[in-house]
Design a protein. Structure first.
Lengths: 249, 478
């Protein structure tokens, strides 16, 4: 599905990604772990196409297409979704209006007709129920006055509505209490199919108890320094990142 | 977001820049008593009206142009303006079929098909093209309820006593420089009277349009809601592209008698000048309403046009328990300048006012909110709530807020909230990531920001206003 090859990127003069190699296939769940400042969020931003980051080398291939040629919205139309670590507030724009616009703009981008109002409504009902959200969510201004947990849940709600091929969850667990974590993770698991893939970016093992990864990668100092199965996450939990730091010093 | 994108977004061309080819009957430029006599004569006015105009003219001669607004422009040469221009129409028109086809095409290009409007929305319109009403519709339905909705010229002929009784009572001739000028030379406008206890069954609507090169437009509108009546009045306008500055100095007076309610909504989209700040309409308007006991006046405006705007729709809350409201969205782009806001004058007991102002500045424009809340010595338990928000796009524009508060009664409760924000790169990227392109994203964010005001507009007008906001800020984002 996505093939990242020797990806290098920087912000202003600071080199952050120093050659990332990663391949993800449909149906897989990958976890990317690593200490603060290792480049985890940069990697997700670069995949999503944020302009602040300058890609200085390497490539990202998504279903046979070079992502570098595409605007962020075009990448979204292709099925790339990023659950933000810090979702922004958009006052006066309701959750339902926002998601309706997002879905129909994506459909337009793919040359499809807008979704019928009835279908949209039914889908919103279904997905709010899936994430145990009250329907009143839909008529609230996007993220305005939302608690940390509500914001994250709203991200997963949008993911459920948009049905992306590749979902990148950037520290979706931060700011969630244990109940919210269970609901959000449960939602992600239910959305899993053989055709889509999920990348979970996290500091901690905690989220991975709920969303079981097939592969775990450790990002350190702009490079993936270790890859393995789920057991790697447990090892990290036990030993901490100092172990990685020492090895790569 | 890079400056480049912002430049593109804010560099949208004025979509309605064209002129129609209609023969006009125009008075040569210049202003003196003879010109005023000529206007009055052409309009076949009674003597009292001419005397009123001449008195206003004398007052005006002694006045100086105000310099306190936060705007800079080269002052118009009042002797270079032509004060009267009427499309040549042979007779009164009964239906749209009789209207000059060229004129109808103009409306179509603006997306204002009279036919459509009439048929679909049930809106009666008094269309003003260069000062003379060309078509008046739905008169009969209104007449059955005793509602008078006609051009000011007609009202002066047919309802002379009503006009004479109320004209200039809310905005006196000497109120300000431009109101005095308007009083002297106004050529037409709309007149509306709702009888006691009548609820006007439809939205009354007027489309203004400046059509003649170098013709000043001096509209005069008077709306009287008699005791216990209700009316919703809509005013919207677009104007063709011009190189020279065009002067527009309208006066709108609202009279809400005991227990009456007037809702006055405006969408203003006059030519704002080009991207270099050349041309554009000068919009120096005086709008004010007076509320008697338990009466309510609500002003809603969406201002996107004009090179320079100077406008403060106000309420005099004279009667006890009366209510004044002001909801405003003002957009400035390129080199536009707007100094707009309201005055809420609390005179009666238990009077209430609400002010919601949303300014949006883009390009190199300047957008000022100027508002006065005054609580008089007898206005026990007066309350006001004001919210003034500014949204900035890019880093070359300016937003300013000038709130004035004067409270002369110890029970007064006055609240003022203000915020300034920027459309953030983060917000745009968030929308992009969800598949929403930058232009759409800005439209979405701006519409959300203005929601509290747009919600106040009648449904069909709200849709038009939303489109207008998008057009005003859109560009060719690649």
């Amino acid at each position: 599905m996505i093939k990242i090859n020797n990806l290098q990127a920087r912000v202003e003069d600071k080199e952050i990604l120093k050659g990332i190699n990663l391949e993800i296939n449909p149906g897989e769940i990958h976890a990317i772990m690593g200490p603060n400042g290792s480049g985890k969020s940069t990697l997700s931003s670069v995949i999503a196409g944020r302009e602040d980051y300058e890609v200085t080398g390497g490539s990202i291939d998504f279903e046979g297409e070079d992502l570098m040629d595409l605007d962020p919205e075009e990448r979204a139309h292709k099925g790339i979704f990023l659950s933000f670590q810090y979702p922004v507030e958009i006052p006066g724009v309701t959750v339902s209006n926002f998601i309706k616009t997002a879905i129909n703009e994506s459909r337009k981008g793919r040359g499809e007709e807008p979704m019928e109002a009835r279908e949209m409504l039914a889908k919103m009902r279904e997905k709010t129920a899936l994430l145990e959200m009250d329907k009143s969510y839909l008529s609230r201004s996007l993220n305005e006055g939302f608690s940390g947990g509500e914001k994250k849940r709203n991200e997963i709600f949008q993911m459920a509505m948009l049905e992306p091929k590749l979902a990148i969850l950037d520290e979706t667990d931060s700011g969630l209490d244990i109940d919210a974590l269970r609901i959000v993770a449960g939602g992600v698991n239910k959305l899993r199919t053989a055709d889509n893939a999920v990348v979970v970016i996290t500091h901690y093992q905690r989220l991975l108890d709920y969303i079981k990864p097939d592969f775990v990668h450790v990002l350190f100092n702009g490079r993936i320094v270790k890859s393995g199965g789920p057991e790697l996450a447990h090892e990290l939990e036990e030993k901490g990142y100092d172990w990685i730091k020492a090895e790569n010093a | 977001m890079s400056d480049e994108i912002l430049d593109e977004i804010t560099a949208s061309d004025y979509k309605y820049g064209f002129t129609t080819d209609i023969e006009s009957d125009t008075v040569p430029p210049g202003l003196n008593e003879d010109v005023i006599r000529l206007i009055s004569e052409k309009k076949n006015e009674p003597q009292w009206m001419l005397d009123w105009r001449l008195d206003a003219y004398k007052t005006w001669l002694a006045m100086v142009e105000p310099e306190w607004p936060n705007v800079t422009y080269s002052k118009p040469d009042f002797q270079a303006v032509s004060y009267y221009s009427a499309p040549k129409q042979k007779k009164e028109l009964e239906s749209l079929d009789e209207v000059d086809p060229e004129l109808l095409r103009t409306f179509e290009r603006l997306g204002i098909s009279l036919d459509e409007q009439k048929r679909l929305s049930g809106v009666a319109m008094d269309v003003v093209v260069d000062s003379v009403s060309v078509a008046t519709t739905f008169k009969k339905t209104l007449a059955e309820k005793g509602i008078i909705f006609c051009s000011m010229s007609e009202a002066i002929q047919e309802h002379s006593e009503l006009v004479r009784k109320h004209l200039g009572t809310v905005i006196p001739k000497r109120d300000n420089f431009y109101a005095a000028l308007n009083s002297a030379v106004f050529t037409d406008g709309s007149f509306c009277y709702i009888p006691k206890g009548v609820r006007c069954p439809m939205e009354l609507s007027t489309y203004f349009r400046i059509n003649e090169a170098n013709t000043g437009q001096f509209e005069r509108t008077l709306v009287i809601a008699d005791e216990g009546s209700y009316v919703s009045y809509l005013e919207g306008c677009t104007a063709p592209s011009r190189d020279e500055n065009q002067l527009h100095a309208a006066v709108v007076e609202l009279v809400a008698l005991d227990n009456a309610e007037i809702k006055y909504s405006t969408v203003q989209n006059w030519y704002p000048g080009d991207a270099e700040g050349k041309g554009g309409v000068f919009n120096f308007v005086t709008k004010r309403g007076i509320c008697e006991r338990n009466a309510k006046i609500s002003w809603t405006q969406v201002e996107t046009g004009s090179a320079v705007t100077w406008k403060y729709p106000s309420c005099i809350l004279k009667g006890d328990n009366s209510i004044g409201e002001f909801y405003s969205v003002a957009v400035t782009n390129n080199y536009q300048q707007a100094d707009t806001g309201t005055k809420m004058i609390h005179l009666g007991k238990n009077t209430k006012s609400t002010i919601i102002s949303k300014g949006i500045s883009a390009g190199k424009s300047h957008n000022s909110y100027r508002g006065l809340v005054r609580v008089g010595a007898r206005a026990e338990n007066a309350r006001n709530f004001s919210q003034c928000d500014s949204l900035l796009m890019g880093d070359q524009c300016g937003a300013h807020t000038f709130p004035y508060i004067e409270a002369q009664h110890p029970t007064a409760q006055i609240e003022h909230e203000a915020t300034t924000s920027k459309i953030g790169e983060d917000q745009i990227f968030y929308c992009n990531q969800r598949g929403i392109g930058t232009e759409e994203a800005i439209a979405l964010i701006v519409n959300g920001y203005c929601k509290d005001v747009l919600n106040q507009l009648p449904m069909e007008f709200a849709v038009e206003a939303q489109k207008l906001l998008e057009v005003s800020l859109e560009g060719s984002v690649g």
